[in-house]
Design a protein around this ligand. Structure first.
Ligand code: 13P
Length: 287
């Protein structure tokens, strides 16, 4: 059964490790992530962007697929199904479809409007037992065609949103989605430290997990990050493994064109990436 991300993240914050949010794009992705979490006895969060939700034929399809896998693959570790960077309308759709966690990304609204909309969703999520992630300070890079600038959030605004009763808070600290450019300045630990000082127990979320050096990940966890989102890295691993298979001509040998064979190396590559991240984040054995 899907669970809210609240308990797993509170435990992670108290235990100084982080739970990975791995974004899903299709059945292979979902299965690879769930099997790896189960094998490593780690809690996990499946992230679904609005674009990926649409691609997978809608939120209800996603809920059906994930719930089916939990049962048929005997997944017993805590799993949250989470809307990633949700719009206000998208949040309501996912609540209705049966997600167990949502992110309302109001970072592009003026802070007053972000507060108002977040406040309303806090109430709805509390009634339904869902966890809610809010965002302050837009996270850079491109996601679903939306390009953010990679800001550093204002710690006072973070406190304002945290005090509304959200479950976890994503704050921009110089992180961006996708690959980091050559001239990236690194994470702003000064900002993170100031945010944690004001928000206390609140589990903090680090977006743009792809390509952040290990020492920075560890330092971020030590400063209160309890959830780390990874998407692009699984996509790159999947693409590289699939390319290798095709370039080696394996799709032309025997029934190598069968999607169950063609997509297998990519799925294995996702598993390896997820395992590597779970080791780094410290969530193995914490289910
Ligand atoms: P990356 O694609 O950079 O790993 O970011 C993932 C993310 O933050 C999803 O919200």
């Amino acid at each position: 059964m899907l669970v809210s991300a609240k308990e797993m993240l509170e435990k992670a914050k108290a235990g100084h490790y982080a739970v990975g949010q791995f974004n899903i794009n299709n059945l292979e992705w979902t299965k690879a992530i769930l099997q790896t979490a189960q094998e490593l006895n780690s809690p996990v969060i499946l992230g679904v962007s609005e674009g990926a939700g649409k691609y997978m034929a809608g939120y209800k399809t996603v809920v059906g697929m994930v719930n089916g896998m939990l049962e048929e693959l005997n997944i017993t570790v805590p799993v949250a199904l989470h809307l990633d960077h949700g719009s206000y309308e998208g949040c309501y759709k996912c609540i209705e479809a049966g997600f167990s966690s949502i992110m309302f990304d109001g970072s592009h609204y003026p802070i007053e409007e972000n507060v108002e909309k977040t406040k309303e969703l806090v109430k709805v999520c509390a009634e339904k037992g869902l966890s809610l992630e809010a965002e302050v300070g837009s996270i850079g890079g491109e996601e679903d065609g939306v390009v953010g600038m990679g800001e550093c959030a204002d710690p006072n605004e973070c406190k304002m949103i945290a005090d509304l009763g959200v479950t976890m808070l994503a704050a921009g600290i110089g992180n961006i989605h996708g690959k980091y450019p050559e001239n990236w300045q690194g994470l702003s630990f000064e900002t993170l430290d100031a945010i944690q000082a004001l928000t206390g127990e609140m589990p903090l979320v680090l977006h743009g997990g792809t390509g952040i050096p290990e020492d920075m990940i560890k330092k971020a966890i030590s400063l209160g990050v309890a959830k780390i989102n990874v998407n692009t890295e699984c996509q790159l691993a999947f693409a590289a493994a699939t390319r290798e298979y095709v370039e080696a001509g394996k799709d032309l040998q025997g029934k190598g064109y069968d999607p169950r064979k063609l997509l297998a190396p990519g799925a294995e590559a996702i598993k390896a990436t997820v395992k590597e991240k779970m080791e780094l984040f410290g969530s193995i054995g914490k289910a």
